[in-house]
Design a protein around this ligand. Structure first.
Ligand code: SAM
Length: 240
């Protein structure tokens, strides 16, 4: 990792309370593996080391805002793509038991190989659609947290994520700026699937100043059996 990218990583991570200097080797390995994997699997459009560090590594670490990802929690990363936020979180919080999930099998093969290469055995990837995995008795209702970054609008996320959570578990959704309309629809969808919006935390990404919002939804009631609906329906016909 070049000098400027290293500086940005340390400075950006510090803004979320993380001492990235302790993990420089792991982040440098992740950067190299992502660049190599990108040639085969189209994992990210970002090309420069500085962009990858800020817009994937530091951006993923902002999921730690609010302190909801501390301890040996069972965490599902819904729509992990090239492993974000899974890898940055797994590197700095190795006690988290993370299951990254993605509909694209090739991406999950990359994530599995990368977890092995980084020696992060607590990361156990699964390929499949959230609509189907959310009905698997081994996964439904078994997670303390669902994290999600850049996957869908809030009402869709609520329907896909809440079935995975235990009672009292939290969905931690990292998004760009959110409109009042999306937030309102997300609140209504959350209630329909057993959730309640607990936090809406707007902030700017360190260094770049890009707008982000961290939304936390708590599971307060059982998710009705009819959710999630069949593959594609949550996206094509959002609850609200
Ligand atoms: N979270 C990653 C990140 O922040 O870089 C990837 C974001 S990418 C824009 C969205 C990913 O979500 C894609 O890899 C896609 O395959 C996955 N995805 C979308 N809908 C999904 C679903 N219903 N079940 C599983 N994966 C899904």
């Amino acid at each position: 990792m070049n000098e400027e990218a290293t500086r940005l990583l340390i400075e950006g991570a510090r803004a979320t309370g993380v001492d990235a200097a302790r993990h420089l080797g792991a982040f440098a390995d992740l950067l190299r593996l992502l660049q190599e994997g990108n040639a085969r699997h189209n994992l990210t459009a970002l090309k420069t080391e500085e962009d990858i560090v800020l817009k994937h590594f530091v951006d993923s670490l902002t999921c730690l805002r609010g302190g909801h990802l501390q301890g040996s929690l069972r965490v599902l990363d819904l729509g992990t793509g090239g492993g974000f936020p899974t890898f940055p979180l797994g590197i700095v919080q190795p006690e988290l038991q993370i299951t990254p999930v993605d509909a694209t099998r090739k991406k999950i093969e990359y994530v599995r190989a990368t977890a092995e290469a980084l020696d992060l055995p607590q990361i156990t990837p699964r390929s499949g659609r959230a609509e189907e995995l959310g009905r698997d008795p081994e996964l439904r209702g078994t997670f303390d947290r669902v994290v999600v970054r850049a996957v869908a609008a809030l009402p869709i996320l609520a329907e896909l994520a809440l079935p995975f959570l235990k009672m009292g578990g939290l969905l931690v959704a990292q998004k760009g700026p959110i409109t009042p309309e999306e937030l309102n629809a997300g609140r209504r969808a959350a209630r329909e699937v057993g959730g309640e919006v607990r936090e809406v935390d707007p902030f700017t990404l360190p260094v770049t100043g890009d707008d982000r919002t961290l939304i936390v939804i708590e599971k307060v009631a059982a998710t009705p059996e009819k959710y999630p609906r069949a593959v594609g329906i949550p996206n094509s016909k959002p609850l609200f």
